[in-house]
Design a protein around this ligand. Sequence first.
Ligand code: AMP
Ligand code: ZN
Length: 302
Amino acid sequence: MATTQISSERLDAITSTILQPTAANGVQGRTAVFEDVIAGLTRLISRYRPPGAEVLRFPPVMSRALLEKSGYLKSFPHLLGCVSALTGTEAAIRSLVEGRADGQQWCDGLAATDLVLTPAACYQVYPIVAARGDVARSGTLVDVESYCFRRETSSELGRMQAFRMREYVCIGAPETALTFRERWKPRAEEIATQLGLPFTLQPASDPFFGRAGKLMAANQVEQALKFELLVPVNSEEAPTACMSFNYHQDHFGTTWGLRTDGAVAHTACAAFGLDRLTIALFATHGLELFAWPQSVREALSL
Ligand code: AMP
Ligand code: ZN
């Protein structure tokens, strides 16, 4: 689909009016009109819910032990946020927060708790399904949503530290998981078309940590494990990933002891960045909802 560069005035208005910036980089307030679009996207994506999928919604924090076991620290330690809290006696805490502890800031008294900030919605799902025993032959499907956190350092529009991720997750035999992921490609294109968004669907890789991460990313592309639906927002050259479709092979199956039909289960997920899709819609169609194409408003039931 042909596109034209989105004006900087429009992008600035999304950054400072449709979203409300705060003192923290990548942490924004959502306005009513922004939330109206999120609700529309939620309705639209729900119409694509795989039959039989179980619905699970999570708060933005998860167990640190489960996150450690999932292998996140090997791949993305630089993006993780951990919840820490003040511990100790009342006197010790008071002197820290009142600035009376010798040369210590209050932050120096923080200790990690049993919680981390959830980095991806589907991480919560695998241990829950694993605890139920073997996965049925037909596979297990989950519709999950969570606010997620990633310690992003860039301040470009759409790269947030806290954002909502909706996912459909499939756990089953290798061909079940892979077929699920493949079926999502044309559906993603259909959704983007209904939303009137210019897009490309491309092989992609995760932002793995460090030098070894470069090799992991290259492998991921070579094995076609991840695809992203990209929409031009900030520029045509570096479009924004608004949806992603991942085949994890046996990574989570082995980690969590997920089994089906006597073998390790494979997993796949289709992830929708709700805030990014909303930003892409405002960037593409403008700031006034009433001026959006009728077909787009209908798709969102707005
Ligand atoms: P990923 O697990 O990186 O594939 O992320 C899943 C989806 O979440 C992506 O397709 C994006 O739409 C969205 N997403 C990822 N990182 C961010 C971020 N920093 N800010 C907003 N949305 C994000
Ligand atoms: Zn996922």
